[in-house]
Design a protein around this ligand. Structure first.
Ligand code: GLN
Length: 472
C-alpha cells in the first residue's frame, strides 16, 4: 500500500478497500522495515492505532475532518502535549511537552494522525542531519548519503513512504534543502503565516513551520489548515490568508543571474535549470535574468543574525528549570557550566559562542548592527524585484546529496549549502522546493525553488501546482 497524496488515500478509504487501521499499520510496518534510516526519534503506535479506530467511526458517519487519512510525522522541535520533544539534543532528551503547539492542535482538529516525532539536526542547526544527538538520518535513495537538514528525518521519512507527510521547520532552508536532496516537496510559508507557538525556537525572526510532502496539493492543504492568527504568537499575522488567491494572468518570472550562473552550482543542475527556463519561455512565460549583487552577503548575514538570536533563545537551557542537569555539579555556576557543556553538541556550542560574540558590547554594531542593516537592504532590493516580477526562480541547492562526513569538518562548506535558501527567510517571503530531476552522475534528486513576494503564499502554491504536470 502506497499513496502519493491524501486524495489517493481518501479514495481507498472511501471505497472501503482499506480501513484507517490498515493505513496506520502499513506505515508502522514500513517504519519498522526501514528503522536503519533513523528517521524517527520516537513513534506512537498505540495512540495512532486507537485514533485510527475512532476515526473510522467518524468517517463512516461522514463527520471526519479534512485531514482524515493524513498520517503525519512532526519534527522533534514541535511540541505535542505529554509527548517527548527534544530538538534532537541531549539537553532536552528527557523532556515532555507541557502543552501542544498551535500547529499540532490544528492538525488534530482536522483528524490528522500524528505517528511520531522526526529526527533533525540539534536545535535545527545543520544541513545534513549529522548533528543530532540521536545520530545521523540516512537518505533512503542512497544510504551512504545525507538526507539534508535540519529536517532530515521528515525528508527521509516522506521519501521512503514511512508517513504521508511531515511538518518541518525552516530557518534558513531546513525544509527546502532536505526536500531537494530527497526528491520531495518542501514549502516555507511567509513569516507569520503559521504560528510558532510550541516550536522550539532557534532564531525567532526567521523560524517558520511548514509541510514536507509528496505532492503540492498536500502542501497546500496542510498549510491552509495550520495557518492563521494565534493569540499565543504575537508575530503571527492578524488575518488568515485567502488560499484561493491566484496570480492574475501569467506571472512574470525573474531569476538571479548570480545564482543560476554560479560556478558553485553543479554543471548538470545549471544546465537543467537553464533548460527549464527555456521551457517556461516556450510555454509563454516571460523569464528574465535580474542582477542581484548581494548573494555573497546573504550567508554571512544569516549566520550573524541567527547565531545572535540562538545565543539568546538557548540561554534558557541552564540545567535549572528543565532539561538535562549535570549529575556531579556543585554550586550554581557549575550547574550552568557543566549542564550546558555536557548537554549541547559541538555545532550548537559553536553557534552560541559566535552569537554571543557578535552581540558583545564592543562588537555589537560592527556585526549585529551591520547584519541588521544588510537584512534591511536585502528586503528592499527584493521588494524592488517583486514590484516588477511575481516570482523568483533558482536551484534549491548547488548540488545533490553529499556523503556522510564530506562536509562535517568544514563548517564553511556546510554553511554554503544554504546559499540559495537563506534569501526567503531573511526577507520573510514564501518559498517552495519542488523535485526537478536526478543527477546522471549518481542518480540523486535535486529540486528547483520558487519564491514569491511576502504573503503571496497562495499564489505561489497555485502556480507550482499548475506547473506540476507540465513538461518543463
Ligand atoms: N542549514 C541552516 C542552518 O544550519 C538552516 C537551518 C534551518 O533552517 N533550521 O542554520
Amino acid at each position: 500500500m502506497s499513496f502519493k497524496s491524501l486524495r489517493e488515500a481518501q479514495k481507498a478509504l472511501s471505497n472501503s478497500s482499506i480501513t484507517f487501521e490498515d493505513l496506520v499499520q502499513s506505515y508502522l510496518t514500513k517504519i519498522e522495515q526501514r528503522k536503519n534510516l533513523n528517521a524517527f526519534v520516537e513513534i506512537w503506535p498505540e495512540e495512532a492505532l486507537a485514533q485510527a479506530k475512532a476515526l473510522q467511526q467518524k468517517w463512516n458517519e461522514g463527520k471526519a475532518g479534512k485531514l482524515a487519512g493524513m498520517v503525519i510525522g512532526i519534527k522533534d522541535n514541535i511540541c505535542f502535549k505529554d509527548h517527548g520533544v527534544s530538538a534532537s539534543s541531549k539537553i532536552l532528551s528527557n523532556f515532555k511537552s507541557l502543552y501542544s503547539s498551535t500547529v499540532v492542535e490544528r492538525l488534530l482538529a482536522e483528524d490528522a494522525i500524528i505517528i511520531g516525532r522526526l529526527n533533525c539536526d540539534e536545535f535545527a542547526m545543520g544541513s545534513s542531519n549529522e548533528t543530532s544527538y540521536y545520530g545521523p538520518v540516512l537518505n533512503p535513495i542512497d544510504e551512504n548519503r545525507v538526507p539534508g537538514g535540519s529536517s532530515g528525518g521528515g525528508a527521509s521519512a516522506v521519501a521512503a513512504d514511512l508517513c504521508l507527510a511531515a511538518l518541518g521547520s525552516d530557518t534558513g532552508g531546513s525544509i527546502r534543502q532536505p526536500a531537494s536532496l530527497t526528491g520531495i516537496v518542501g514549502f516555507k510559508p511567509s513569516y507569520g503565516v503559521i504560528s510558532r507557538h510550541g516550536l522550539v525556537a532557534y532564531a525567532s525572526s526567521f523560524d517558520q513551520i511548514g509541510p514536507m510532502t509528496k505532492c503540492i496539493e498536500d502542501a497546500q492543504l496542510i498549510t491552509e489548515i495550520i495557518s492563521g492568527p494565534d493569540e499565543f504568537d504575537s508575530t503571527a499575522l492578524q488575518a488568515k490568508l485567502n488560499f484561493g488567491n491566484e496570480f492574475n494572468g501569467k506571472p512574470k518570472i525573474a531569476y538571479l543571474k548570480e545564482a543560476v550562473e554560479n560556478e558553485a552550482v553543479h554543471p548538470e543542475i545549471r544546465n537543467r535549470v537553464n533548460a527549464y527556463i527555456e521551457n517556461l519561455r516556450a510555454k509563454g512565460f516571460q523569464v528574465d535574468p535580474v542582477s542581484f549583487p548581494y548573494l555573497d552577503y546573504m550567508v554571512p548575514t544569516y549566520y550573524v543574525l541567527t547565531t545572535a538570536e540562538a545565543s539568546s533563545n538557548l540561554a534558557r537551557f541552564d540545567g535549572i528549570n528543565y532539561g538535562y542537569r549535570s549529575a556531579d555539579a556543585v554550586g550554581i555556576d557549575e550547574v550552568y557550566t557543566k549542564s550546558r557543556t555536557e548537554g549541547f553538541g559541538k555545532e550548537v556550542k559553536r553557534r552560541i559562542l559566535l552569537g554571543t560574540f557578535v552581540l558583545s558590547a564592543g562588537y555589537f554594531d560592527a556585526y549585529y548592527g551591520t547584519a541588521q542593516r544588510v537584512r534591511q537592504l536585502l528586503r528592499q532590493k527584493t521588494r524592488e524585484i517583486f514590484s516588477e516580477y511575481q516570482l523568483l526562480l533558482s536551484p534549491t541547492c548547488t548540488d545533490g546529496a553529499f556523503r556522510f562526513g564530506e562536509k562535517s569538518d568544514d563548517p564553511i562548506s556546510m554553511y554554503m549549502q544554504d546559499i540559495f535558501t537563506v534569501h526567503a527567510p531573511l526577507v520573510g517571503c514564501p518559498s517552495i522546493s519542488i523535485p526537478l530531476d536526478n543527477l546522471q552522475e549518481n542518480d540523486m534528486p535535486y529540486g528547483i525553488q520558487f519564491t514569491a513576494a511576502e504573503l503571496a503564499d497562495s499564489e505561489l502554491l497555485h502556480f507550482v501546482q499548475g506547473l506540476d504536470n507540465q513538461e518543463l
